[in-house]
Design a protein around this ligand. Sequence first.
Ligand code: ACO
Length: 362
Amino acid sequence: MKNGLEDVVAAETQLSDVDGDAGRLIIRGVSLDRLVEHATYEQTAALLLDGFFDRPITAADLQARLGKARVEVFAHVAALDDALVALPPTDAVRALIARLFDGEDFDTAILLLAASAVFLPAVLRLRDGKTPVAPNPSLSQSADILAMLTASLPSPEQVAALDAYLVTISDHGLNASTFASRVIASTKAGLTSSVLAAISALKGPLHGGAPGPVLDMLDAVGSAENAQVWLGQALDRGERLMGFGHRVYRVRDPRADALKGALKPLAASGQVDPGRFGLAEAVEQAALAILKQRKPDRPLDVNVEFYTALLLDALKFPRDAFTGVFAIGRTVGWIAHAREQALEGRLIRPRSVYVGPMPQAA
Ligand code: ACO
């Protein structure tokens, strides 16, 4: 029995490879650093999905279909009542997705890719008392998400930064939410069910719920001079430092550098708060030093969530919506894994060891 299934291999996949010792991520044959430099979100989505449906998938076709699907799912925004809008944004998005048809075909996959991209900005605007902005099918997914969020055309640097984020987080081996997606797919329950299960797994702070708390931590630290003391006290209280540590990576998470790189053009054009960027770098250095000192047997380095927090904050997403943006990007990975599982895998049904009481003898 392996607690937390640590190091257990539970699937074969042609989708992505996480090498935790080398700090390397390969997505369908392309290393993350090349992918994030050369591919758009639509190209990455086509790369992940091609071969898992009844037709060849190209980025151009996907972009056109996604535009139309965003318009189609926008009709569901009308179903957002006050009770749904009052939920945490990721929960509201999940509730709306649950209304979508549950199928296994390519059209269902496209609707799911469009759904969170449309629902999240709509939920955020409604709770601020603003009218949701209708999608523009001629824009890329990244540009349209930002346009629907802010009701204005985003800058090229903003679009590039969100695109880099969506590419960076598109897939990542058998993480908790992807495993959840595959478990559901193995029962042949359909793609919508897989995505709903995956969102539910993602929102926990040990998985995709960390970047909001990263910003809370930066706010609480306040200044570079205070970092060492604050982090030391947090560890004394038994807390975990958000944005650090990973089940698989024993070195720096390569996605952290991809996102730090994506932040640079935004920073160079004055679209990132320089104070916060400097503070984050100082906190990162202080955290790495103190974790090395306090946990000498466990290599703990920065993970994807640390620079996610800065990037999504710079793009004007509120911090309680960061997990929802993560879901927008990861949905393509969840769908690709669900299809891979449904097409090639067996029902996932492990066993447990009973450690409870035995029945009393009569
Ligand atoms: N801060 C302080 N100590 C830590 C941290 C951290 N961020 N992460 C792990 N540790 C310590 C644990 O306390 C434990 O110490 P101990 O052996 O003295 O008790 C040791 O390192 C091993 O920890 P595990 O819980 O076995 O590590 P696990 O592989 O289960 O945890 C996880 C991985 C959940 C990501 C963890 O590092 C963590 O909680 N990080 C903070 C939350 C976070 O950043 N989440 C986002 C992860 S990335 C993603 O999923 C998209």
